[in-house]
Design a protein around this ligand. Structure first.
Ligand code: FER
Length: 327
């Protein structure tokens, strides 16, 4: 070293194998290693990731209610629901953000945008009737899902079928600029790069908004949860399926880049609309029918005897959400 001195310090904690290892040059820190001592000793690369255990999907899950108690308050492990205000492309608007228990802005979280139905608003999903936050708390506590951020926006400043514009231009930049997701920044590039950590779903007209998001936002969203609602672009089931298939083709994505967990009840008013669409989608090579998302990308769960009501639909959310964010 011609200039300055090189100081190497090794601070090993006596009680654990965690170590901090710093290199100083000219009085400046030029390198810091924080990690396991044996990683240093054996010279493993600093960026080594833990090996991911493959998720055990059920290929054809049958609808069932969430475990008893999931709809009740989860004392001691409750997340937080925050009301936010933003100025978007369709004017001033509001949305609600669920932050999981122990939310830490230094960590990164998967994010799920979940849309209300017709004649409802952004307060529906975390309001007294649906109380989805209770189910999310229990699911996280029980290890059904990783802690994640869940956003309840509204299409009431536009329409269900055009909300995708507000999602892309206003909602995602606002929410993910404020809360810690896998988006490194809110640049178009970073939002695209984090698409596998982003999901969108909705009930009824919210499902209509979901298919429209898939039609128009495949570049920024990988997981879709349309609940009790069909695609409103196209008349027949085959029209709707073809429009979605064409969107996929135009996106240049492969069949392992987007995943749809669709659900409704057998007596739901939307069933006769959704069912032919899904049957038609099965005829297009862009869609591979199974809930095992390591092998396919489309599943349709039908709950026997359930009609068009959030009280049933929230249980579909509980069943579908664990299938997301593993690919
Ligand atoms: C459907 C999608 C949306 C549907 C109904 C709706 C009957 C919404 C209805 C409403 O909000 O009034 O497939 O099937």
């Amino acid at each position: 070293m011609k200039h300055g001195i090189l100081i190497v310090s090794l601070l090993a904690c006596c009680l654990s194998t965690n170590a901090q290892f710093s290199l100083y040059k000219d009085g400046k820190t030029v390198f810091v290693y924080e990690g396991m001592l044996d990683s240093i000793v054996f010279g493993l690369p600093q960026t080594q990731e833990e090996e991911k255990v493959p998720y055990s999907y059920i290929a054809n899950p049958q609808a069932h209610d969430a475990p008893n108690g999931y709809t009740d308050a989860c004392w001691g492990a409750q997340g937080k629901v925050v009301t936010e205000y933003y100025s978007g492309i369709n004017g001033n608007n509001s949305l609600q953000v669920y932050l999981p228990y122990g939310y830490d802005e230094n960590k990164q979280y998967n994010i799920f945008y979940l849309m209300h139905g017709g004649n409802e608003d952004q307060t529906k999903i975390f309001g007294n009737e649906v109380n989805l936050q209770n189910m999310l708390d229990h699911m996280i506590k029980n290890g059904d899902i990783e802690p994640m951020i869940v956003v309840a926006p509204t299409f009431n400043k536009c329409e269900a079928g055009t909300f995708y514009n507000e999602l892309r231009k206003s909602v995602i930049p606002f929410v993910e600029g404020k809360y810690s997701t896998y988006a490194k920044s809110t640049s178009d590039e970073d939002i695209k790069a984090s698409r596998r950590h982003r999901a969108y779903g909705g009930f009824s007209m919210g499902a209509v908004s979901t298919w429209a998001v898939m039609q128009n936002c495949l570049d920024i969203v990988a997981y879709y949860m349309p609940l009790s609602g069909d695609h409103w672009q196209g008349n027949s089931g085959d029209d709707k399926a073809r429009n979605l298939s064409n969107a996929v083709k135009q996106s240049g994505l492969s069949t392992h880049d987007y995943f749809i967990f669709c659900a409704t009840g057998s007596t739901d008013i939307a069933y006769p609309n959704v069912s032919p669409q899904i049957e038609a989608m099965k005829n297009y090579p862009e869609f591979i029918y199974t809930a095992d998302f390591s092998k396919g990308n489309l599943y349709f769960m039908v709950a026997q005897g359930k009609d068009h009501w959030w009280g049933y639909v929230r249980h579909y959310v509980c069943q579908a959400l664990p299938y997301f964010f593993h690919e």
